[in-house]
Design a binder for this molecule. Sequence first.
Ligand code: IPE
Ligand code: IPE
Ligand code: MG
Ligand code: MG
Ligand code: MG
Length: 342
Amino acid sequence: MTSAAPRTPTAAARLSALIEDELAAALTPLAREGAATFGVDRLVESMRYSLRTPGKRIRPLLLLAVAETLGTPAARLVRFAAGLEMIHAYSLIHDDLPAMDDDDLRRGLPTNHVVYGDGMAILAGDALLTEAFVVMLDPVVEARLQARVIQEIARAAGREGMVGGQAADLMADSVHRGAHTKAVDRVSPPPDAAAARGDAVAAIRGDTPAPDVALLQAIHARKTGALLRVAARAGGLLAGASDADLECLTTFGTRFGLAFQIADDIKDETAPTSVTGKREGGDRLSGKLTYPALFGVAQSLILLREEFEAAVVALSSLSRDASLVIQVADEAVAPALRSAGA
Ligand code: IPE
Ligand code: IPE
Ligand code: MG
Ligand code: MG
Ligand code: MG
């Protein structure tokens, strides 16, 4: 997507291998036996099922790529990276539940609740979220800094970020389908959402967002963007980034976070199951509020490119060569461009 050449073609692969090793070693069986662990084996199997199936690992990759870029060896922070992936894995399990997106297919395999049942899937999600904090609390940097980073991650994952965004997504579905026309009033627009009218495409670039546009951006920024943004920031904070570098990483994470969900929306509309590992055209069939639903595929691609380019531009002010971070980000959105024929 960009012309930036990767600094070292094997660096991203090395980070991926570190992450896979850590995830493979995670969730060891409990030391106790018998009645004390009744049910836990099945729970852990269900957790592993969703944690170990192959995903892009973009959140841990971003954290480690940023940290290495700023001079901190990735191996030191790999538990942190695994914690982020656990939060993500939990979010996917719950996202797929019948009460949420009701999806049967994830990463080319039956979704967690299809294999383990709704109840166990809910619990596997709960336990992955909890476990994430267990692993992120392993001491790796100065205690106060580590507490600050963990608090940021918790906030990005919770009501202010991902879960809040999922709640908005849930309500917007009904709004989009016209089921609860009042619900839109209860979903807060982003603080800078200025106006309630205007051409949708012009609005997203200008200062007069139409309600659906502002709502869609706010949902995407929170349900997906928040965790990606905090992955970049956490990598920076843990590596002792300067304020200026942290600002670059924040802008990068914000713009890339939105780009990533636009790419996800585009792939859902245009890519086959063999590429996404998910139900083909699921968003359209469910009447979800997405970029292609609002703008069409061609315009969504333009908006994706704009967000991605803005993310890369933000990194150009970083004090170090950011090509490893760019490479990782690029590989995460490139399939959306290919599937849409761009
Ligand atoms: C899917 O996330 C859900 C979103 C937040 C868009 P990913 O696209 O990162 O899914 P995996 O982990 O690669 O399967
Ligand atoms: C999910 O967004 C965002 C999460 C926080 C899990 P989607 O519902 O679009 O993700 P997919 O398409 O099911 O992976
Ligand atoms: Mg969803
Ligand atoms: Mg979904
Ligand atoms: Mg999706």
